[in-house]
Design a protein around this ligand. Sequence first.
Ligand SMILES: Nc1ncnc2c1ncn2[C@@H]1O[C@H](COP(=O)(O)OP(=O)(O)OP(=O)(O)O)[C@@H](O)[C@H]1O
Length: 437
Amino acid sequence: MEAVRRKRKGTKSSFILGSHLSDGGDNDRQCKKKCMEGSRPAKLGPRDGGAAPGVVMTAPPSGRSASASPCRGIKRKLGCIESVTRIGRKKKLEQEYILDREIGQGRFGSVRLCRSRVSGEQFACKTLPKNGEETVHREVEIMQHISGHPNVVTLKAVFDDSECVHLVMELCSGGRLLDQMVKEGRYSEQRAANLLRDLAFVIKYCHDMGVVHRDIKPENILLTVSGKMKLADFGLAVRVANGQRLYGIAGSPAYVAPEVLSGHYSEKVDIWGAGVLLHALLVGSLPFPGTSREAIFESIKTMELNFHGEIWDSVSLLARDLLSRMLTRDVSSRLVADEILRHPWILFYTECPPRLITSNPRIRIRSAAAPRIDCGYSDPRSDDEQDECGGFVDALAAAISRVRISEPKRSRLCVPAGQIPQECSSNMKANNLCTAF
Ligand SMILES: Nc1ncnc2c1ncn2[C@@H]1O[C@H](COP(=O)(O)OP(=O)(O)OP(=O)(O)O)[C@@H](O)[C@H]1O
C-alpha cells in the first residue's frame, strides 16, 4: 500500500495497477502500455519512438481497410466538427488560455491546468509532441467523435504549434479513480456497482460509436469534483467498423485481455478491462498477478479464477457471477456492455433506492452463506417505496433464481489444471507485486 502511494501521481515511474509488472527497466517503461509487439505488421507512429515493431491499428468507421491512414478520419470530418477543436486553426493557445501548473504526466505528454482568458473557467491542457502525428490526430479525432457523453472527458479546444498539439479538456479535479482506490481500499458493492454501471454506459456508447478504448483501467478514469466518473485517455483508442477485428498488441499489461495476446480481438477487450477493474474494486487486488510483464501475461492466459476463499466471503454471489462473465476467456460468451447494464447485480444496486438497500436488512444480496435474495418478508415500506422497489425486487428475485455461480469453468477459461490461489491477504504487503493497493 505504501509502495503504491510513494510511487504515485504524475511521475512516469508511477506504480500503476497496470504496470506493477515492472521490471524497472527501459524496456518495461516502453511497455507500460501502448504498442507492444504486434503479431502482424503494423504501423508505428513516431510518437511511439519507432522503438518496437507494433501495433495500433485503427479501423476506419467506413469499414475500409484497417491500414488506412488514421488521419483520413479527421480530414473527412473537418467540415462538421467545431472549429475550436480543429487541428490547424490559427488561434494560439496563449491567446485564449493562461497555462498554469502541471497536474499530470502521461507517457506521451504532460497535462497542465489552464484558465480561459474570456470566462476564467479552468480546464486541463494535454500537450502532445507532434512527432507522433498520426496517433495524436487519431486521439483528437476520436475525442471529437465521442465528446459530449456525460461520462467522457469533453474536448473543448485543440491548438497546434510547430512542435506540439494541445488538447484543452474539461477539468476533472477529483483526480484519478486509481488514487481514490488506493486511498479508500475495497469498495462497497453499492459503490462498485454504481461505478461499473457508469463505466458500462460509456463503454456501450463508445462501442455504439465504433470506438474501442483498449485501455480501460482506473488510471484512465477521472473524477469530477462531485465524484462523477469520466473516461479519459483515448491515446490507444481505435475506430472499428461493425464486427471488424483488431490486430496488434495494445493496452496496459494487467488489464490486457487474453485474446489481445493472441493477436486478434474485438471491442470485447474493453469488457475484460472493466472486469479487471471490478475485481480490484471488490477485493482490492488485481486478478492476474505476476512479478514481471511476462508472468502477468502468463496469468492472464492461463490462471483460473474461482472467486472462492476468504476474501470472497463478503462478496455477493451475484457480483461474482458478473465478474466471471466479464473475465471469461471465451470471448463469445463474455458479456457486452448492454448485458452488464442488465445484470441483476447492477440493477439491484443502481435501480433500487439506496436507503432501501442499506436500511432494510431483509433486502440484500447475500453472500455465499445465503446465496439468494430474501424477499419473502412482510414489507415495512410505505406504498410509494413498495411501488419503487417491490416490483423490481420481485423481478430480481426471479432473475436471481436463474443465476448460478459456476464452479471454475475449464471450458470457458481454457486453462491448465494448476490453480493460482486468489487469496490476497498477502497482497497488501509492500513489494509484493501481486499487490494492487
Ligand atoms: N481532463 C483532465 N483533468 C484533470 N487531470 C487530467 C485530465 N486529463 C489528464 N489528466 C491527468 O494527467 C494524467 C495523464 O493524462 P493522460 O493519461 O491522458 O496522458 P497520456 O500521455 O495519454 O498518459 P498515458 O501514459 O496513460 O498514456 C492523468 O493520469 C491525470 O492525472
